[in-house]
Design a binder for this molecule. Structure first.
Ligand SMILES: [Zn+2]
Length: 204
């Protein structure tokens, strides 16, 4: 994808020191809310998920490494929960449907861009709380248009959706979904999906 050249190059050896990160999939239209059970069935049929670990949380199945495709060095993937209770292992979490799109960012989230003129919104972190509470809307410094926060171009380093699939323990740029996974989600939900990397989302 076009944004991939913007990704930082990371060596496997540095990964252990980084914060917990996930690969997310969401419908391209952040307002759409496909049936979560249907989406979960797609993941199960592809073997991406196996047993439930908690409500909405599933262990990785044998298809995980087929449908989460690593770009560079193949890390040793921990598929089982570590003894120390760490969440640093490959598993999946289903989120939603939320009444409104939920934005997930992370420590690696880059400046979002205006979807019309591409100008970067440099001070986004300072304003994010206001944007999410609805007390202010992002305003482009280039063309001066205002946008819902969910319509900014987060360049695959944040994602918005009313339904989110979270594939945990995938670092930014490290792996992306297979074409087959995106195709099956599109077919099941009737609309295209996209993906991004962001921090672990723990339900509150
Ligand atoms: Zn603009």
């Amino acid at each position: 994808m076009a944004g991939s050249r913007l990704l930082p190059r990371k060596c496997c050896a540095t990964i252990g020191a980084m914060s917990l990160s996930s690969l997310y999939l969401a419908p391209e239209d952040p307002q759409s809310a496909p049936d979560v059970d249907g989406v979960t069935d797609v993941l199960r049929e592809l073997g991406l998920i196996d047993q439930p670990l908690a409500p909405g949380i599933y262990s990785a199945g044998t298809g995980f490494s087929r449908h989460v495709i690593y770009a560079g060095c193949s890390p040793f993937l921990t598929m089982q929960p570590p003894q120390d209770g760490s969440l640093q292992f490959c598993h999946a979490a289903m989120h939603g449907p939320y009444p409104q799109p939920r934005l997930v960012t992370g420590p690696n989230t880059v400046k979002p861009r205006c979807p019309a003129c591409r100008a970067p919104l440099a001070d986004w972190r300072e304003h994010l709380e206001q944007w999410l509470s609805g007390s202010a809307m992002p305003s482009c410094p280039g063309c001066e248009k205002s946008w819902p926060v969910h319509e900014l171009d987060w360049r695959a380093h944040a994602i918005s959706g009313r339904v989110l699939i979270e594939l945990r323990n995938v670092f930014p740029g490290e792996a992306s979904p297979s074409d087959m996974l995106l195709k099956c989600l599109h077919e099941q939900s009737g609309a295209p999906w996209r993906y991004a990397w962001a921090a672990y989302l723990n339900e509150d």
